[in-house]
Design a protein around this ligand. Structure first.
Ligand code: MUC
Ligand code: MG
Length: 367
């Protein structure tokens, strides 16, 4: 089952509603479809969503690193030799999203070869996850209207509120209005994408002490080393590291250094292999995890839910699986549906990804 061909296909799908947050905004999903083919006719699929403002990767850089550096090193290896694959990929520092997509496409092949769903191969804990929805920057009344619509249409009752603007007049005020409008039974947590300073974050957390937040994520830069430790030590809720903990070594540093007390796992950047390493690290240390979202399309979301549903500690709480709802279209033959606040994995072998050829033809940018 040798790797015979690797494709990195750029595609672009507009957002109906752009997502805005402290470190950037997304208007079009300029993603890369990654397909790995074996000499026996099996193929695996995944999606790489570049986040230039977070990791420095772009659609062009992902295609270049796959075509010029990664694919030539993987051709001829067996799709089963995942340790050897990672040994080769890890010679190159960085490029997490390109590596993750290759890893997940190989797991997809593994699932097809074994006649098993990837979720079953990973751990098989369940077949679904509760969904958490991200509410991006907007005037407070529009943030409320969005959360109410999402709750009404999709049954979602867990919301991650983007903060990182003016802390007290905009962010704290928006969180307060959301809590008042949505009531006590909705779960709220916040993500600052590094937008506040440690002292602003400490004051904002104090001002929101009565709002019953469950988590705070990446409120200030992790490079503000002592300031962040000072903040995390006084945070009344677990403090999630997201973009500051993008691989196992960074997770170790953030947790042992006291700069984080929970971890966001994003399959878009750690695939399945390194996500399992991060997960097991967190389980060993007794640290909570959240399945995060790198603003994935439906293919990436299927990857996240396969991983999240597969393990007890990721399935325990709602995963961030709804960003695709803001996209105008996608590539799957059967679109994903979130019902009663829940998303299920796809039946069938591998990841159950079935690409609509007409949609791919319409949105791909290399033809
Ligand atoms: C998040 O959790 O921060 C925004 C940037 C990114 O890389 O992911 C999103 C969501
Ligand atoms: Mg985040």
């Amino acid at each position: 089952m040798k790797i015979a061909k690797v494709e990195a296909i750029p595609f672009a799908i507009p957002y109906r509603k752009p997502l805005k947050f402290a470190s950037g905004e997304v208007h079009t999903a300029n993603h890369v479809l990654v397909r790995v083919h074996t000499d026996e006719g099996l193929s695996g699929i995944a999606e790489a969503p570049p986040r230039p403002y977070t990791y420095g990767e772009t659609q062009e850089s992902i295609i270049a690193v796959i075509d010029k550096i990664f694919a030539p090193q993987l051709l001829g290896l067996s799709a089963l030799e995942r340790e050897a694959v990672h040994e080769r990929l890890d010679r190159t520092i960085g490029n997490p999203t390109a590596k993750a997509a290759l890893d997940m496409a190989l797991w997809d092949i593994l699932g097809h070869a074994a006649g098993m769903p990837v979720c079953g191969l990973l751990g098989g804990y369940g077949d679904r996850m509760r969904v958490s929805h991200m509410v991006g920057f907007a005037p407070a009344d529009l943030m409320v209207a969005e959360a109410q619509r999402i709750r009404e249409v999709h049954g979602i009752t867990v919301f991650k509120v983007k903060v990182g603007r003016q802390p007290y007049t905009e962010d704290v005020a928006a969180c307060r209005v959301l809590r008042e409008a949505l009531g006590p039974n909705v779960e709220l947590y916040i993500d600052g994408n590094r937008g506040w300073s440690a002292s602003e974050a400490a004051r904002a957390l104090r001002e929101m002490a009565d709002l019953g937040l469950t988590f705070a994520e990446e409120l200030c830069p992790a490079d503000d080393v002592l300031g962040r430790r000072w903040l995390v030590a006084q945070s009344p809720v677990p403090f999630i590291a997201d973009e500051s903990a993008t691989r196992p070594a960074e997770v170790t540093r953030e947790l042992l250094g006291g700069s984080a007390t929970a971890i966001s796992i994003k399959t878009a950047r750690t695939g399945f292999t390194a996500s399992q390493r991060v997960l097991h690290q967190c389980e060993g240390l007794g640290v909570e995890v959240v399945m995060g979202n790198q603003i994935d399309g439906q293919i990436g979301t299927l990857c996240s839910v396969a991983f999240g549903a597969a393990h007890r500690s990721t399935a325990r709480r709602a995963g961030e699986l709804s960003n695709f709802l803001d996209m105008a279209d996608d590539l799957l033959t059967e679109p994903l549906v979130i019902e009663d606040g829940t998303l299920r994995i796809r039946e069938g072998t591998g990841l159950g990804i079935d690409i609509d050829p007409d949609k791919l033809a319409r949105y791909r940018q290399d033809t």
